[in-house]
Write a protein that binds this ligand. Structure first.
Ligand code: PLP
Length: 395
C-alpha cells in the first residue's frame, strides 16, 4: 500500500546493510535449508539460562508481577545493577539517576544514538564491527566513519584515533566494542588509558559496548567508564554473561543528564521492558555473580581446541582475548575472496562459517568462526576444514 512506510532497511542501502545484516541472514537461511550442516555462525551462547534466574522469573509470574514498570526499570533492579557493577568493575553509578534498563544492548545503542545524534553528525566505528552500529547511525541520518583496524591487529591505536578525530570534526560518538565481535580482540588497561587520554581532548561521547565483558580469558576486563566516566555511556546486559539473549535485557549507564535523555527515547519506544525479564535480571545481578564462570571455562576449552586446530591446517588468527569468535586469516593457497570461499565451504563441506567482509571494512580475506557450539561440532568443523584445504589448496 502506498501509505506503508518505506522499508527502513532498503532506505539504508547500499553499502552498510546490504553488505552486512542482509548478507548474514541470507547466508544463514541457505545453511539452514541444507541437511547436516555444522553451523559456526551462531552469535549467542549455547547454554541454558541459570536455573535460579529462571525460577525468579516463574515466581514473578506467579506473584503477578505482570504490570508496566517505570521506564528506566524497577528501582530494585537498578540498585542490584549498581551493586554488581561496583563489585565486578569498580564502577560507581547512582541507581536512581545513572542506570537505565533496555531491550538488550541492541535497543540501548538505538536509543542512545537517537538521543545524541543530529542529521549530518558522524559516528566513528572501528571496523570490522558488529553489524548494527552502521545502520543505526544511518537511521539517525548520521554518517558512519569506519576506522580500518586490520593493519593494527584489529585494535584501535591512540594515534589513529587522534587522526580520525582531527579529520572528522562532526564525529559525536565513538562506538567502541571490546571484547570484539567479530574478532575476539580486547584491550589492556594501559591501552584503554591511552585511548581515554586522546578522547578527553575531544567533544565526543564514547558508547562502550561491553556485552562480552564476562567472557574474557586472559586477564581482567577493565570497563571504559572507569577511565573516562564523564564522556562514556556504558552498554551491557545479560545476553552473553548469563545466556539470556531471548530475555532482551540490557543496561545503559552514564552521566545523569544523558541518561535522562536516553530514557525519554526509550520510554517513547517501549514504555518499559518486560517486568518478568526484570525479575530475572534482579536475581542474576544480585545472586548470579559467579554464573558466567563455568560457561567461560567451557568457551576457553573450545577456543583453545579451535585455535590450535586452525593453526595446524594453515589458518592464522589473533588469539582471541574474549567473546566467542575466532577471526581467521584465509591461507594464501586458498581463494582469497572470503564470500566465495565461505559459500564454497558450505556447498562442499556442509560447514557454515561467515565471511569476514560481512563485518565491514578490514574483514576481507578473513572468516569468522563462532565457538558457541559443542566440542563435537568444533572437532567436526576442523575435520571438514582440513579436508577442504587438502582438496582445494593451489600449489
Ligand atoms: N553487541 C555486540 C558486540 C554483539 O555481538 C551483540 C550480539 O551478538 C549484541 C551487542 C546484542 O546484544 P543484546 O542481546 O543485549 O541486544
Amino acid at each position: 500500500m502506498s501509505i506503508l512506510k518505506k522499508d527502513p532497511i532498503s532506505l539504508m542501502k547500499p553499502e552498510v546493510v546490504a553488505m552486512k545484516q542482509q548478507a548474514i541472514f541470507a547466508f544463514n537461511a541457505r545453511a539452514k535449508s541444507m541437511d547436516h550442516v555444522i553451523n559456526m555462525t551462531i552469535g549467542e551462547p549455547n547454554f541454558p539460562t541459570p536455573e535460579h534466574v529462571k525460577e525468579a522469573a516463574i515466581r514473578a509470574i506467579n506473584d503477578n508481577e505482570t504490570h508496566y514498570t517505570v521506564p528506566e526499570g524497577n528501582h530494585q533492579v537498578l540498585r542490584a545493577v549498581s551493586g554488581y557493577l561496583k563489585k565486578k568493575y569498580d564502577l560507581n553509578y547512582d541507581p536512581e539517576s545513572q542506570i537505565l534498563t533496555t531491550g538488550g544492548v541492541t535497543e540501548g545503542v538505538f536509543s542512545a544514538f537517537n538521543a545524541i545524534l543530529q542529521p549530518g553528525d558522524e559516528v566513528l566505528i572501528p571496523s570490522p564491527s558488529f553489524t548494527i552500529y552502521g545502520p543505526d547511525a544511518k537511521f539517525n541520518k548520521a554518517t558512519p566513519i569506519y576506522l580500518d583496524t586490520s593493519k593494527t591487529n584489529f585494535k584501535v591505536l591512540p594515534e589513529d584515533l587522534r587522526s580520525v578525530l582531527d579529520a572528522h570534526k562532526k564525529i559525536k560518538i565513538f562506538m567502541f566494542n571490546y571484547p570484539s565481535n567479530p574478532t575476539g580482540v580486547s584491550y589492556s588497561e594501559d591501552e584503554l588509558r591511552a585511548l581515554a587520554d586522546v578522547l578527553k581532548e575531544y567533544d565526543v561521547f564514547v558508547l562502550s559496548d561491553e556485552i562480552y565483558s564476562e567472557l574474557v580469558y586472559n586477564g581482567k576486563h577493565v570497563s571504559f567508564p572507569k577511565l573516562l566516566p564523564d564522556q562514556t555511556i556504558l552498554l551491557n546486559g545479560l545476553s552473553k554473561s548469563h545466556a539470556m539473549t531471548g530475555w532482551r535485557f540490557g543496561i545503559v549507564c552514564g552521566p545523569k543528564d544523558i541518561i535522562a535523555q536516553i530514557n525519554k527515547i526509550h520510554e517513547l519506544a517501549t514504555t518499559s521492558i518486560s517486568s518478568i525479564s526484570q525479575a530475572a535480571a534482579l536475581e542474576a545481578y544480585a545472586n548470579g555473580l559467579d554464573d558466567p564462570i563455568a560457561m567461560r571455562e567451557k568457551y576457553q576449552e573450545r577456543r583453545d581446541v579451535l585455535y590450535e586446530g586452525l593453526k595446524k591446517i594453515g589458518f592464522n588468527c589473533p588469539v582471541p582475548d574474549g567473546a566467542f569468535y575466532l577471526f581467521a586469516k584465509i591461507p594464501e593457497n586458498l581463494n582469497q575472496d572470503d564470500v566465495q570461499l565461505a559459500n564454497d565451504i558450505l556447498d562442499n563441506e556442509c560447514l557454515a562459517i561467515l565471511p569476514g567482509s560481512f563485518f565491514g571494512v578490514g574483514g576481507e580475506g578473513y572468516l569468522r568462526l563462532s565457538y558457541a557450539v559443542s566440542m563435537e561440532d568444533i572437532k567436526g568443523c576442523l575435520a571438514k576444514l582440513g579436508d577442504y584445504v587438502k582438496l582445494h589448496s593451489q600449489a
